[in-house]
Design a protein around this ligand. Structure first.
Ligand code: GAR
Length: 209
């Protein structure tokens, strides 16, 4: 059974999707062992508590750099013998120290079809603002392995939805969460826990069970 750490910074609807998938038995061979937040008092921490999952806060503002925060995070992950790290709305930059230990074992959900609307400054609602301003007709979500370069790691799963003429960033965000993120992320985590993801350079192959 692989031990999963979920990293959060906000409301935690993706964390909730993982918790719900776990309670339906859909995270095969994996267990959410800890929730770690980079921001104190966010609703995601309450979700963890309600689900009986231990949680920790590594408050970004108390670390002088992204590197020192990453080292503290890594220490916690090792102490808990975590196998896979899932960034579910984690809005903090991590540095290479994490990937030296967790190579192709850090998974992120991004609310756009990477490589569009990705990279530094593209997070949360901003992603949907940019997509609407650009005038794209489809958008969606991407689950990918995290590497040193922001939003550039091998893609595990993607799903698209239509962008509709009257969409606001909030409406588009909700559609992408409901129709893409909340199913893709648990699916990808379950595949990882079953050792069904093989990374060939940039390409992730999904193996049969
Ligand atoms: C989600 O839409 C997630 O894809 C996005 O932030 C939101 C967090 O919501 N992540 C990023 O933008 C990362 N670049 P949640 O806290 O309700 O899961």
């Amino acid at each position: 059974m692989k031990k999963i750490a979920v990293l959060v910074s906000g409301g935690g609807t993706n964390l909730q999707a993982l918790i719900d998938a776990q309670s339906r038995g859909e995270i095969v061979n994996g267990k959410i062992s800890v929730v770690i937040s980079s921001v104190p008092e966010v609703y995601a921490l309450e979700r963890a508590q309600k689900a009986g999952i231990p949680s920790y806060v590594l408050d970004r503002k108390y670390y002088p750099s992204s590197q020192s925060m990453t080292v503290a995070l890594l220490e916690k992950l090792r102490e808990l013998s975590i196998d896979v790290v899932v960034m579910a709305g984690f809005m903090t930059i991590v540095t290479k120290e994490l990937f030296e230990v967790y190579n192709n074992s850090v998974i992120n959900i991004h609310p756009a079809l990477i490589p569009s609307f990705a990279g530094p400054g593209c997070y949360g609602l901003h992603v949907h603002e940019k997509a609407l301003a650009y005038g794209v007709k489809v958008s969606g979500a991407t689950v990918h392995f995290v590497t040193e370069e922001c939003d550039s790691g091998p893609i595990i799963l993607q799903k698209a939805v239509d962008v509709l003429p009257d969409d606001t960033p909030e409406v588009l965000q909700r559609r992408i969460m409901e129709q893409c993120e909340w199913t893709l992320l648990p699916q990808a985590v379950s595949l990882f826990c079953q050792n069904r993801l093989r990374v060939d350079g940039r390409v992730v192959r999904i193996l049969e069970p």
